[in-house]
Each structure stands twice: as C-alpha cells, then as structure tokens.
Design a protein around this ligand. Structure first.
Ligand SMILES: [Zn+2]
Ligand SMILES: [Zn+2]
Length: 281
C-alpha cells in the first residue's frame, strides 16, 4: 500500500504540520520548509525542530517530503538570479537536513528564452554546485515533471533524464511524478493502455527505480494543454479511474502519494479516504 497524504500548511510553525497531517488521515505529507513566495527564510529554531520531530514520531510518520520555493530557477540565464536560486536551494537542503526530511521535490527550472538545452545544462550544473556545497547530506533531490507552461523545462521524460545524466551526482537525484503535469504535458493516463504506455516510457527513458514520490492531482485543463491547473480528484479531465489504478499498482506500493488539489482541509480528508478506500477493490 502506498503512503497516501497531502500537502500540509506549516502556519504557526513547522512543528504543527505532523498533527495537522495526522488529523487529515495522512500516512505521509509534504511541506514547504519556508514561505514559498519569499527569498529570505526565517530560521527554524531548535525548539521548533524538537517538537516537530517528537510529533512526527508520535504520529508514526516515516516519509516527509519538502517542496522547494516557487521563486527558485536553477536554470536561469540571469547570473544574479542563478546565484540567488542556488543559495536558496542550498538553504532548502540545509533545512531538510535539520528536519530529517529525506526528499526535496523541485520544479527543474525555466529557460526564459534561452532554449531547453541551455536550461537543462544549467540545472545539472546548479545541482552539482548545491550538492557539493552540502557534501554530507543524504537528502534526495526529486525533479518534478512539469506541464510545460511558459518556458519551463521538465515536460518530457527526456528532459529529466538529460539533467540526471549531465549531473556528476546522479545517485542523489530522483523523480516526482505529478499526474496533472503529466496529463497536461500530453501523457494520456485515462485508458488502461495510455496509463501502461506512460509508465513504460518512463521506465525506458528514466527507469522506474528513480521514481520516489507521486503528486496526485486531477487536471482542470485538457490533455496536452501544457497548462498547470490542479483540480480535485474526479472533478477534472483525468477522472477517478487512473487514481484507483495508481494506488493499486504493485510497482508503486510503498511510495508516498501526495495530494496538491485545491480546496480546504475537509476536501483533503475526503480525498485521502477516497484513495485509501480504493486500495484493493
Ligand atoms: Zn506537483
Ligand atoms: Zn502543478
């Protein structure tokens, strides 16, 4: 059985997240370790960390995922922005180490007009720089597939594989598969054959052993639209069936599956229950 959960707010302090997640029925959860819309992050105190870790233990959470700031662009052609992005990403790694978080999910980056291959090379170099700056870290950095909006790279499995191949530290890298992004980038997940083809292609290009986390989101936009708009499960163009298939797919048993659907906590609790009830039916 996968570890089903959702993105959880850290408002009031990161130490509140485990309890919030437990109340919603999460077996795993995702957080921002800082305000995702600001460059400067307030440091997390030792006290917050201690309470956070004891709450984690109390509620039996094993897998926590951190998602990086939306401001970071590890593929930026602007030297100043690139330095800011790399420094902020290093801080993401350091906060994750501090909180014992094993995975950071991040959007690979955007080329801002300089072309895909420029961004892919720059992202690989950025990752090497960040990994080498925090050499003792065991945090695994997960490239998230994207919808391909604007100048974002990462909307093809080949992009993710190119970054991993060009990095000097491929063992420190993995992939987070977002269903909404995959669908809007053109992966047909609805039919059984579309679903099978998508993961066959993933395995051929990247290798399923790299797949460490899922983001489960329905899509407000149509197949191949390359627009990133999450929707509640069953309300969008993907529908419920592919999610039932995913939670029962033996290849993915034991992986965290995290909801990032729009709405309040009540809807998260409802969707978590829906997914858990769908296991083995
Ligand atoms: Zn996502
Ligand atoms: Zn998204």
């Amino acid at each position: 059985m996968p570890y089903i959960g959702c993105h959880v707010s850290i408002s009031g302090g990161v130490e509140n997240a485990p309890m919030r997640a437990a109340k919603l029925g999460c077996d795993s959860f995702q957080v921002f370790t800082a305000n995702q819309m600001q460059w400067r992050a307030a440091p997390i105190s030792d006290d917050s960390r201690d309470v956070y870790l004891s709450e984690l233990k109390k509620n039996n959470f094993e897998n926590v995922i951190s998602h990086d700031s939306y401001l970071i662009n590890l593929g930026s052609p602007d030297p100043k922005k690139l330095v800011m992005s790399r420094n902020a990403f290093i801080e993401e790694i350091q906060r994750s180490i501090f909180l014992n978080i094993p995975y950071i999910v991040f959007h690979p980056g955007s080329h801002m007009g300089n072309g895909d291959s420029f961004a892919l090379q720059t992202i690989a170099e950025s990752l090497d720089y960040c990994i080498e700056t925090v050499p003792d870290s065991t945090v695994t950095l997960l490239l998230e597939n994207t919808a391909g909006q604007g100048t974002n790279v990462g909307y093809k499995f080949e992009h993710l594989e190119t970054i991993i191949k060009q990095s000097s530290h491929p063992k420190r890298l993995g992939v987070c598969f977002d269903t909404c992004h995959a669908f809007s980038s053109g992966c047909e997940l609805i039919t059984e054959s579309g679903y099978a083809d998508t993961f066959k292609k993933f395995d051929d290009v990247i290798g399923l052993d790299r797949l460490k986390v899922f983001h489960l989101n329905d899509s407000k936009k149509a197949l191949g639209s390359r627009v990133d708009r999450h929707h509640q499960l069953g309300e969008g163009f993907i529908g419920l069936e592919p999610f039932r298939r995913l939670v029962n797919d033996k290849r993915f048993a034991g992986l965290p599956m995290i909801l990032e659907t729009p709405g309040d906590d009540e809807h998260y609790a409802r969707e978590i229950k829906l997914l858990k009830d769908a296991v083995n039916q």
